[in-house]
Design a protein around this ligand. Sequence first.
Ligand SMILES: Cc1cc2nc3c(=O)[nH]c(=O)nc-3n(C[C@H](O)[C@H](O)[C@H](O)COP(=O)(O)OP(=O)(O)OC[C@H]3O[C@@H](n4cnc5c(N)ncnc54)[C@H](O)[C@@H]3O)c2cc1C
Length: 240
Amino acid sequence: MLPKPLPIREIRVENDSTKTFILDGDLSARPGQFVMVWLPDVGEKPFSLAEAAPISLSIAAVGTLSVALHQLQVGDFIWVRGPLGHGYELPTASAQRVWLIGGGYGIAPLHFLAKQLLQAGHHVTVIMGGRTQANLMFEAAFAELGVPVYMTTEDGSAGLQGRVTVAMQQLLTEKPDMMYACGPTGMLVAIAQLGEAENIAFQLSWEAHMRCGIGLCGSCEAGAGWLTCLDGPVFNFNPL
Ligand SMILES: Cc1cc2nc3c(=O)[nH]c(=O)nc-3n(C[C@H](O)[C@H](O)[C@H](O)COP(=O)(O)OP(=O)(O)OC[C@H]3O[C@@H](n4cnc5c(N)ncnc54)[C@H](O)[C@@H]3O)c2cc1C
């Protein structure tokens, strides 16, 4: 699968570090799947789909490739190959109560997932966390979907003070049937521990250093020989 050049149709500034790039192209993909994004002479890295049609990517400026992507303008090209990996599975039974838990830019693929869960008749609650209010995003997008949103910030500048687990503990009086999460490793580990302790099923999207994205190079191997690019990035267990 060769990278396909796609022009940027629109760029939305989400917060002080993250922009969403909407490309002129569609994919048939599940929430939780990712694409490899390449800029010639800069590099190639995986990014989760924030939407598949049109292809949308929410990218935080943290290093070489992501900062270069943030310098692009509408009409510039991004090279994309995908969709890749294993996405989130929707519940098979109807009217399931689900929590979507996102940290930082991890909230973006969960918005894509929320639309499909609502369409299938499930009850969605969103819990989003960040270090500070400026790290949160997609509040308005979830409000448009009409789902309850609980925010947490470590400095207390928005929502509850603390990490997402503070809101989860408060909401536990009505346990969900499934937790879906995407965000930093520490957050995912805490969710896996809570899921195991409270007997709640979970599906977590893990990050790893990826080079090929298609199971050949082995650079994203997680514990027990699992490849994050091929067997994940969404796992319904803790692969660490
Ligand atoms: C399956 C998958 C999906 C991903 N989806 C997204 C996505 O939707 N949006 C997105 O922005 N990124 C996503 N990433 C991360 C992305 O692939 C890159 O790793 C990230 O953009 C950093 O690459 P870089 O070249 O800009 O930085 P590099 O030059 O590789 O890193 C520069 C420095 O930043 C640090 N760093 C790397 N990532 C972060 C971070 N998140 N926060 C703080 N410091 C960091 C590195 O440790 C390094 O010290 C995903 C990764 C995976 C595996």
